[in-house]
Design a protein around this ligand. Structure first.
Ligand SMILES: CC(=O)c1sc(CCOP(=O)(O)OP(=O)(O)O)c(C)[n+]1Cc1cnc(C)nc1N
Ligand SMILES: [Mg+2]
Length: 614
């Protein structure tokens, strides 16, 4: 086994090219074995194996800094940088992260998880290197999907101007999670075809030259002139980058050869590498969308598993039906068609569906443009990724109170993707924005009611729901809930738990049949139901949310009570002021104290210990 001989990237330099090739296959097997157990980003990591081995063969990490955009394609990088013995703990609580993480290894140049950050990081590092008179390489690997992000394109603009020495590697597999989108993506496809034509021409040229060298000389000169005028051979000419490619991203020998040469170049160089997402594992090659991030599977007999009916699907079904009733409805996703449950919608309403690529800022402001011209846009977006469009929500939507609906998926702790993906800030970052309303349904029926009503109430509305399964609601049913009103789901004599979304279930479990403790479905977070809050102020109150405690729902309740001059005993349960790493959702909820056990403890501290314990 070659991998046994590899305890760090320097060990790669002692391998023959044949051993390096064999190592690639061993690494593929290990990635499949562990992802089959733990789940994870299988297809992306399989597609980047040769590229990563070539990089660590040619460059000297950690002196040279090798950055990976998103960081989800780095399982081979983890295996050759001293983490092969811990690789089986991938994405598990206390185990190694599923992304690159500065605190995890000196070989992880950036902490990633959100896309499009590598180029700006690389720019900063190159500036620091030169200012400090140091000498090392800065290499950024960015996928074609991540390159659709505005941050990446804006960083390119500055990189080209400053001409700092760095190597950018575009890992082009024509896929984001879904098929990739955008004009650049289309161009790269053509470029690859043109490369094929070019190779065919070379073949043809050999034949023709034997017939009439003069003819070919003329044709060649004309073509060279055309190239220079059109710069068609360098799509990054305008960005001031040297462009090399496209090259085969699975040709280890070729990659090592070309990287050795590129090392010597001054200024910024972009190497365009073409890879296949899922390379080396038939099912992942055939369906890189499902196998982008599968849950566990049987590696010998890999089959797609249904993860059950999710909130995302409940949203997708509801908005698909609504679009038949409301012709002005228009749905936008920033590259998360599958994750946001929009496959059915995109097939039934292609003319009112838009995947803008990995650019949440563009998603939100495009929605504003649609709203300004009479459409009813719905932005389907993960809580964590909406963080990328905070100013757009304020500046382009809320100031004019435009009718944009934000369907916020993955609100709360999300589990194995860890700190970069937990959706635990959205209530805090949204509730301070005037004109914007925030709601959280308890089930799929309430989600349908809220979505339909949100299209009618006017103004911006955010509806947040968790990463979880949910009981399917019947099609065609649109319950009518009183907008802005909470719902008492259990009466209590001494205290009320104010909860919503997933924590409502925890609250009901904690309250059990204790007659002293009531439970309220506090499904509207902004505006709060002040009328009911005033009535409840004569009881002890416990708020609980799957969100940071600071600035969340509990903070809003305290502020409202203060404004109303009411002073009941209130306890606020939520996530403490720290980041939560990867782990299972129940375990992380337990750690945060927002699970039924944590709620019972809080009730006991309020003098409401379970009766049998008194
Ligand atoms: C992991 C994760 O959250 C991924 S991986 C991925 C596709 C990346 O495509 P790319 O071409 O860059 O890489 P490839 O998989 O090798 O093809 C997306 C959209 N996401 C979700 C996402 C959405 N939006 C932002 C800002 N960051 C992330 N990470
Ligand atoms: Mg890609």
């Amino acid at each position: 086994m070659v991998l046994e001989k590899v305890n760090g990237p320097e060990d790669l330099k002692r391998l023959s090219l044949e051993e390096l090739q064999a190592l690639a296959e061993e690494i593929r097997s290990e990635i499949i074995r562990v992802t089959a157990q733990n789940g994870g980003h299988l297809a992306s990591s399989l597609g980047a194996v040769e590229l990563i081995l070539a990089l660590h063969r040619v460059f000297h990490s950690p002196k040279d800094r090798i950055l990976f955009d998103v960081g989800h394609q780095t399982y081979a990088h983890k295996l050759v940088t001293g983490r092969k013995d811990r690789f089986h703990t991938l994405r598990q609580e206390g185990g190694i992260s599923g992304f690159t993480k500065v605190s995890e290894s000196e070989h992880d140049a950036i902490t990633a998880g959100h896309a499009s950050t590598s180029l700006a990081h690389a720019l900063g590092m190159a500036i620091a290197r030169d200012l400090q008179g140091e000498d090392y390489h800065v290499v950024a690997v960015i996928g074609d999907g991540a390159l659709t992000g505005g941050m990446a394109l804006a960083a390119l603009n500055k990189i080209g101007e400053l001409q700092k020495r760095m190597l950018i590697i575009l890992n082009d597999n024509e896929m984001s999670i879904s098929e990739n989108v955008g004009a650049l993506n289309k161009y790269f496809k053509e470029l690859q075809i043109r490369k094929w034509v070019h190779d065919m021409e070379k073949l043809g040229r050999n034949v023709l030259e034997r017939i009439s060298p003069q003819l070919f000389g003329l044709v060649d000169r004309a073509k060279e002139a055309a190239k220079l005028i059109l710069h068609q051979e360098n799509p990054f000419y305008a960005w001031g980058l040297r462009y090399i490619g496209p090259v085969d991203g699975h040709d280890l020998k070729g990659l090592v050869h070309i990287l050795e040469h590129l090392k010597a170049l001054e200024g910024p160089t972009l190497l365009h590498v073409v890879t296949q997402k899922g390379k080396g594992y038939k099912v992942a090659e055939a369906d890189p969308i499902y196998w982008h991030g599968p849950p566990g599977f049987n590696p010998e007999k890999p089959e797609k598993v249904s993860k059950g009916y999710s909130w995302s699907q409940a949203f997708g079904d509801a908005v698909t039906e609504l679009a038949h009733l409301e012709p002005r409805l228009f749905v936008i996703t920033p590259a998360m068609r599958e994750g946001s449950g929009l496959v059915r919608y995109s097939l039934e309403h292609p003319e009112r569906y838009l995947d803008v690529g990995i650019c949440e800022d563009v998603a939100v402001t495009t929605a504003a443009g649609l709203a300004l011209r009479g459409m009813k846009p719905v932005v389907a977006i993960y809580s964590t990724f909406l963080q990328r469009a905070y100013d757009q929500v304020i500046h382009d939507v809320a100031i004019e109170a435009l009718p944009v609906v934000f369907a916020i998926d993955r609100a709360g702790i999300v589990g194995a993707d860890g700190a970069t993906h937990h959706g635990v800030f959205d209530i805090a970052y949204l509730r301070t924005i005037p004109n914007l309303q925030i709601a959280a349904p308890k089930d799929a029926l309430e989600l349908r009611a809220m979505l339909k009503k949100a299209l009618e109430v006017g103004g911006p509305v955010a509806i947040r729901y968790p990463r979880d399964n949910v009981e399917r609601a019947p099609e065609g049913v649109w319950p009518d809930i009183p907008w802005g009103k909470w719902e008492v789901v259990k009466e209590g004599k001494e205290a009320y738990i104010l909860a919503f979304g997933k924590t409502l279930r925890y609250a009901l479990e904690a309250a059990g049949d204790d007659p002293r403790v009531g439970v309220v479905n506090a499904r509207f977070l902004k505006p709060l139901d002040r009328e009911m809050l005033r009535q409840l102020a004569r009881y002890k109150l416990l708020t609980v949310e799957d969100h940071q405690r600071m600035g969340g729902f509990g903070s809003a309740v305290l502020e409202a009570l203060n404004e109303m001059g009411l002073k009941p005993e209130v306890k606020v349960l939520g996530l403490p002021d720290r980041f939560f790493e990867h782990g299972t959702i129940p375990s992380l909820h337990r750690q945060a104290g927002i699970d039924p056990e944590g709620i019972r403890r809080a009730l006991a501290e309020m003098g409401l210990a379970p009766v049998h314990e008194r």
